[in-house]
Structures are given as structure tokens and as C-alpha cells.
Design a protein around this ligand. Sequence first.
Ligand code: 5GP
Ligand code: ZN
Length: 113
Amino acid sequence: MQDCLFCKIIAGEIPSTKIYEDEYIYAFADIAPQAPFHAVIIPKEHISSADEINENNSFLIGKVFEAVANISKQENLANGYRVVNNCGEDGGQTVGHIHFHLLARRNLAWPPG
Ligand code: 5GP
Ligand code: ZN
């Protein structure tokens, strides 16, 4: 999709540090990491937010979590991690392409605040 930052990252038009990729998913290092390990996991298909998940594209969310499990093994995150999706203005979403933060390698507070 035109003018979508994360679509441009998938296309390689904006450089990123790749962490994981498969047919459906791309994951890269967050530019402003909130934990020692901070990946951003995105479906290659443009979906604006969690609010736009439907019966046709919801399988991609399963693919996101398959990627989480694969990245956990690849990066040795067996001690634990947190997966976060920010949705919409109140949810703190700043990029309009659905993404999941994978945070690890520190003790993560709960509730998150
Ligand atoms: P949100 O705030 O929408 O949940 O998450 C967007 C994330 O994308 C933020 O954590 C932000 O640091 C990250 N981000 C924004 N622009 C870029 C970029 O150009 N490159 C990378 N690697 N991460 C970005
Ligand atoms: Zn996009």
C-alpha cells in the first residue's frame, strides 16, 4: 500500500534489520527498542489495525504467532517474552499497518501501565 511505512520496509524501500521472514511474515528490529530484544512482527499483506481483522485475513494472525514461536527458538527466548499489539489512538498505535511487538530479555512489568 502506498505511503505505508511498514509496506515500504517489506519492499526494502526503507532499510531494516531483518530478524525473521517467511512467506507471510516479516520481522525486524524496532528502531526505538523498549527492551534488550524488541522485534516488530508484521504480516506482508497490508492490514491497517486489529480492528480490520476479518474471516478472510485472520489466518495471518496465526502466522504471526507461528513466527513468534520460531523467533523464540531462533533467538533463545525460552525465559519468556511479551507480545503486544497497540490498536488505534488510545491503544498507542503510531503506524497504520498491523504489527506485534515481541519484547524480551528483561523482566516486564505487569500491569503494563
Ligand atoms: P506502535 O507505536 O504503532 O505500536 O509501534 C510502531 C513501532 O515502530 C514503534 O515501536 C517504533 O519505534 C517503530 N518504528 C517506527 N518507524 C520505524 C522505522 O522506520 N524502522 C523501524 N525499524 N522501526 C520503526
Ligand atoms: Zn502497510
